[in-house]
Write a protein that binds this ligand. Structure first.
Ligand code: RP5
Length: 171
């Protein structure tokens, strides 16, 4: 585990790990020090409290919190910390993740959670959003993010060029 993480990725259950790995992969790609923890707002509320009130003092700058079903983790952490909190709603078997999405995004005014999309796309974007926040004070990281965007643009343009070459772009 990273000893001086700038981003803490917290998940409500070990079962969320496959999804939250996407956020960790992005942070690794951009060389952002990070850690991963399993803390539940419902099953380990004392640990959630202790984590939230100490994260800033440990040097953490952004928290990514992923949870599913009645997903209160991001909101609880946001209620206890002034750090920016990014909420990742897990996909669920019962309601497809709509349960997680609504319980993460529908925060009362005054306690913000920046909620991203359900599931792996959301976790990936949580990593990118955390990196963008840190890039405000880190020119090297900003340059790496700009290069990532440029590569993505070129890949889409290349895909379109190939489609045109194949003759499938119009009929
Ligand atoms: C939430 O309940 C977790 O974030 C997880 O997404 C969901 C189900 O947890 P498990 O029953 O799989 O541990 O707290």
């Amino acid at each position: 585990m990273e000893s001086n993480p700038l981003v803490s990725i917290v998940m409500g259950s070990q079962s969320d790990l496959e999804t939250l790995k996407e956020a960790a992969a992005v942070l690794k790609q951009f060389s952002v020090p990070h850690e991963m923890r399993v803390i539940s707002a419902h099953r380990t509320p004392a640990a959630a409290h202790a984590f939230a009130v100490s994260a800033e003092d440990r040097g953490v700058k952004v928290i990514i919190a992923g949870a599913g079903k009645a997903a209160h983790l991001a909101g609880v952490l946001a209620s206890l910390s002034l750090l920016p909190i990014i909420g990742v709603p897990m996909h669920t078997s019962d309601l497809g993740g709509l349960d997680s999405l609504l319980s993460t995004v529908q925060m009362p005014g005054g306690i913000p959670v920046a909620t991203v999309a359900i599931g792996k796309a959301g976790a990936k974007n949580a990593g990118l959003l955390a990196a963008a926040i840190l890039a405000l004070e880190d020119k090297g990281l900003r340059a790496r993010l700009a290069a990532y965007r440029e590569k993505m643009t070129q890949e889409v343009q290349e895909a379109y060029r190939k489609l045109q070459e194949s003759g499938s772009a119009s009929a």
